[in-house]
Write a protein of this length. Structure first.
Lengths: 114, 109
């Protein structure tokens, strides 16, 4: 079975450019999470969707960040304009609505903003 | 404020040693505690704990939860170089996981 799919795996861009990260959750999972991981701050939750609806976006750093989930099989995280401090690994994770709290992580996108 | 504290932050041992990693938490609405292993990629799930005193075991790894004292431990016996990784614990409060900073474990041959 395919796990969570993220693209691109690596992204290098220049400050001020728009960046779009993509995620396909595991089929049948109805919750989707976007995380950012850095050495300094560890793993941070950015936004959480349940049944394609954003439930909590309090972790989104600022207005430059936006996320969408137009359907159950696709989500995007956009940064516009990007800044060097946005450099991090961005993970997407999904889970079912059952009793398990396990979140399944995608391979991540390593973003470098120059 | 809810938080998760892991200790030690880093640990270096030799192959064959046994290690114990600690995770303490302060939460307002505990649901479960999870352990993940992260090598140079995404975190992978190890255990989910919901009840005190019941050990979860998978091969050389085991974990237990103490809900009264608000902590969990992850034990690895007969460590191997492949156990080198960052071990993350997280507690589940409602819908989201609150993550600790992780313990970086290095196993020397």
């Amino acid at each position: 079975d395919a796990g969570v799919i993220q693209s691109p795996r690596h992204e290098v861009t220049e400050m001020g450019q728009e960046v779009t990260l993509r995620c396909k959750p595991i089929s049948g999972h109805n919750s989707l999470f976007w995380y950012r991981q850095t050495m300094m701050r560890g793993l941070e939750l950015l936004i959480y969707f349940n049944n394609n609806v954003p439930i909590d976006d309090s972790g989104m750093p600022e207005d430059r960040f936006s996320a969408k989930m137009p359907n159950a099989s696709f989500s995007t995280l956009k940064i516009q304009p990007s800044e060097p401090r946005d450099s991090a690994v961005y993970f997407c994770a999904s889970k079912t609505s059952g009793n398990s709290d396990e979140q399944f992580f995608g391979p991540g996108t390593r973003l470098t903003v120059l | 404020e809810d938080k998760v504290v892991q200790s030690p932050l880093s640990l270096v041992v030799h192959e064959g040693d046994t290690v114990t990693l600690n995770c303490s938490y302060e939460v307002t609405n505990f649901r479960s505690l999870l352990w993940y292993k992260q090598e140079k990629k995404a975190p992978t799930f190890l255990f989910m704990l919901t009840s005190s005193g019941i050990e979860k075991k998978s091969g050389r790894l085991s974990s237990i939860l103490d809900k009264k004292e608000l902590f969990s431990i992850l034990n690895i016996t007969a460590t191997q170089t492949g156990d080198s990784a960052v071990y993350l614990c997280a507690y589940n409060s409602n819908y989201q996981l609150i993550w600790g900073a992780g313990t970086k474990l290095i196993i020397k041959p």
